[in-house]
Design a binder for this molecule. Sequence first.
Ligand SMILES: [Zn+2]
Length: 317
Amino acid sequence: MNCKKDRTFFALNKEPTSVVFCFYFSIAVNSSSVYLDSQFAMPELPEVETTKRGIQPHLEGRVITSLIVRQPKLRWPIPDEVVSKTIGQTILGVSRRGKYIGIHTAKGTVIIHLGMSGSLYLVEKNTPPLFHDHVDIHLNNDQWLRYTDPRRFGSILWHEKGSDTTNWLTHPLLINLGPEPLTDDFNFEYFNLKAKGKKQAIKMFIMDSKQVVGVGNIYANEALFLAGIHPHKPAGTVERKQFMLLVECIKNVLSKAIEQGRTTLKDFVGGDGKPGYFKQSLSVYGRAGEVCVNCSSILEETRLGQRSTVFCPQCQK
Ligand SMILES: [Zn+2]
């Protein structure tokens, strides 16, 4: 079975017809899908990957000339080493693991998590900070890397350098992470084995970063719909064929979202700077009470792990 053929990503190229603004989400609805403008949404793996790709070419090879911390109280306090060990250091590389971005220097790695509302982007030097602009990293080309986070659930941490640049992967927050969903390490055999005998709901299982990283709530909803699996189904009872399809659908929804993010890479530099992330078309997330894009049933909503869970009672078994 093929995820793409089975249930198409509906209306990917259609323009939204109307816009409804909510507090965190701005959602545009047309006849067959929802577009999530994630400007105000929680950054998930595709947004973090897009952020990494957006800032990477402007950082690598640059020297950190100074670092301004206006608000150290993020999810955890920003450690002093982030300032004391990085000034004068050349940025050797930028990488991503799960939803963490690593900015590597010869002394160690600055580890950044965007939390629920964080963003990273480049501004021209001396661009005045706004209220939620908590950290600026000054570079030797007159650009500043700015960290903005209205809700302050993000984090900026330090990991001392070991013998090579992969050393940051041994940080306590990263060491137990499951495989990256878009690599070959995340495959049917691995995932099926992990699920064996598990009574946990399949949606909770795929959102567990110890099993696989980066499948956030939106993508879990979408992937389960595309694979035709009921979100409450115990992980250990999902049939082999369904599991195979689910792995394919997870890879597909995430890579489609990253592909859509390519159009926004220019937003990470210049102007008033803040990246808008990108609009995505969604089949079930945010559409409870509306008609299924695949059949005429009404989409239902439940809560799983206190997160909105939307599914089609007809298409998902
Ligand atoms: Zn349906």
